[in-house]
Design a protein around this ligand. Structure first.
Ligand code: GUN
Length: 292
């Protein structure tokens, strides 16, 4: 039997801590962190995430400013809005939900967010800081999903130093920052991707395996080492029949679970942690503004 990493529970613990921090900020400085949530268009999955992020932010006492723009919004209009948010004293964090419509250059938009208000930690300055700072400094703006994965790992109270960690996927949102975070924990990190030769045998060597490939139930028990720790970042909706669908991860859970020492489920694993880390970044940004 493996340990099932309960992301909901760990996320709640972090949110409870943030709620207290925000109450303290309020009583000391008479203000609370503000988060602007920007969505362009109506991608169904984005609407679900934005709703969950907004709800969670309000629960911990963050002021949320919703900006839901038409799918026809052009890049200049979006950047104008970001400039306003950059200049607003009420806003500590700006989240632009991805993906953006094809007509908008994501890189230009993300770079227009002030680094200190970059709630996702995607700005090049924050990416650079993450890569050169020697440890997981509490003032850093850290990409939410990989940071959530790291906090889940830390819940296990296992030694990370010297462990073989393999990250499947090299996206800017998950794979690359995950690699940096694990490196800072002194893991020996290998990042594998679609062009890697013989991924399976590399994964089989992993003490810690982070799976972010976006292919439903792709990783089976033949990919994993006995006793490994598995973090499943995938969120894939698959059809059960004509009417019904369900969410599954990138890992074939029932096949892998008996072989490993710990595994995160989907749903209820990384997802809630991503949201809690967004709230952490927003609160960190507010503290950086007021205190540092
Ligand atoms: N789309 C998928 N994941 C994310 C994320 O972590 N942040 C943003 N802004 N968009 C996303």
């Amino acid at each position: 039997m493996s340990h099932i990493l309960d992301g909901k529970k760990v996320a709640q613990k972090l949110k409870d801590r943030l709620k207290i921090e925000i109450e303290n900020i309020k009583s000391k400085f008479d203000c609370v962190p503000g988060l602007a949530v920007v969505q362009v268009g109506n991608v169904a999955a984005s609407s679900v995430y934005v709703k969950a992020k907004t709800k969670a932010a309000k629960e911990v006492g963050i002021n949320v400013f919703d900006h839901h723009l038409e799918a026809t919004t052009n890049q200049d209009e979006l950047i104008n809005l970001i400039n306003q948010l950059n200049n607003s004293e009420d806003i500590d964090g700006i989240l632009v939900q991805l993906p953006l419509p094809k007509t908008i250059n994501e890189e230009v938009v993300l770079n227009s967010i002030l680094p200190e208000k970059d709630a996702d930690g995607f700005h090049p300055l924050n990416v650079g800081k993450l890569s050169i700072s020697p440890k997981n400094d509490e003032n850093l703006m850290i990409p939410c999903t990989p940071y959530g994965c790291l906090l889940l790992l830390k819940e296990l109270n296992i030694e990370l130093v010297g462990k073989n960690a393999v990250v499947i996927g090299r996206s800017n949102i998950v794979g690359k920052p995950m690699t940096q975070l694990l490196l800072k924990e002194s893991c020996t990190v290998t990042t594998v991707h679609s062009k890697t030769v013989d991924i399976e045998s590399i994964c089989k060597n992993a003490d810690i395996l982070i799976v972010a490939i976006g292919k439903p139930e792709f990783v089976n028990k033949d990919w994993v080492k006995e006793g490994a720790v598995i973090i499943d970042v995938g969120i894939n909706r698959v059809k059960i029949n004509e009417k019904k669908s369900k969410l599954v991860g990138d890992v074939l859970f029932n096949d892998v679970e008996p072989k490993v020492s710990a595994i995160s489920p989907v749903p209820g694993g990384v997802g809630p942690m991503t949201i809690a880390c967004l709230l952490r970044n927003t609160t960190t940004s507010c503290k950086n503004r007021l205190i540092n």
